[in-house]
Design a protein around this ligand. Structure first.
Ligand code: MG
Length: 209
């Protein structure tokens, strides 16, 4: 964790990639089309949304997981960045350390780092798996200043709230098609789908003493 460059005297911003910095589902959908499959955006899920054309039942979950891993192995190189994300992070990085925390399979590391660099998002990357509370709390413990966390999944936001309630939490869903489908918990985590507005809210929370 030392190589993440977390400074004890600076606020810390921890941010997710898929459906936060990048339009993951759109890119995964194109990848699946290349395999003769379709991604139906009828609920906020991943493997349950993959279908053979015309099929009533989604693809077997294990097969979905295999395709997901293959997509990551190829680096998700074509993923579009979320509008406004790079500019918001550039502003936040003037006042805070930025760390990208992504639940991606290990073989995705190089491709993911390259993708971040190509889109002006060249911040330290930590790959993780499972609930994000423990890694986020461990990072937050390395600064004496405020910490903020952004993710699209309520489960990760809940996990961070449990591991370190002092971390400011924001939910962001980048893809406009997914925004109405994504479950939210606004009583526990602020939901802001616009990166300009989100950047300002994050900056304000990090400026608190
Ligand atoms: Mg995500």
């Amino acid at each position: 964790m030392g190589r993440l460059g977390i400074d004890r005297e600076r606020p810390l911003f921890i941010v997710d990639v898929d459906e936060v910095l990048g339009l993951f589902m759109a890119s995964f959908g194109v990848f699946l089309q290349g395999h003769g499959l379709e991604l139906r955006l009828d609920r906020y899920a991943l493997f349950q949304n993959i279908y053979a054309p015309g099929a009533a039942e989604h693809l077997d979950l294990a097969e979905g997981r295999r395709l997901f891993d293959e997509f990551f192995r190829r680096g998700c190189a074509d993923m579009e960045p979320a509008p406004g994300a790079a500019e918001a992070l550039r502003r936040i990085s003037r006042q805070a350390t930025v760390v990208v925390l992504s639940n991606a399979p290990a073989p995705a590391r190089l491709g993911r780092a390259r993708w971040l660099g190509r889109h002006g998002l060249d911040y330290p990357l930590m790959l993780s798996s499972g609930p994000k509370g423990p890694p986020a709390a461990a990072m937050a413990a390395r600064t004496t200043r405020r910490c903020a966390f952004v993710d699209d999944l309520v489960s990760n936001l809940d996990s961070v709230a449990e591991a370190d309630p002092g971390v400011a939490r924001f939910q962001h869903v980048a893809d406009v098609r997914l925004q109405p489908l994504a479950p939210a918990a606004p009583d526990r985590h602020r939901r802001i789908d616009d990166w300009t507005e989100l950047g300002e809210a994050v900056a304000a929370s990090l400026a608190e003493r």
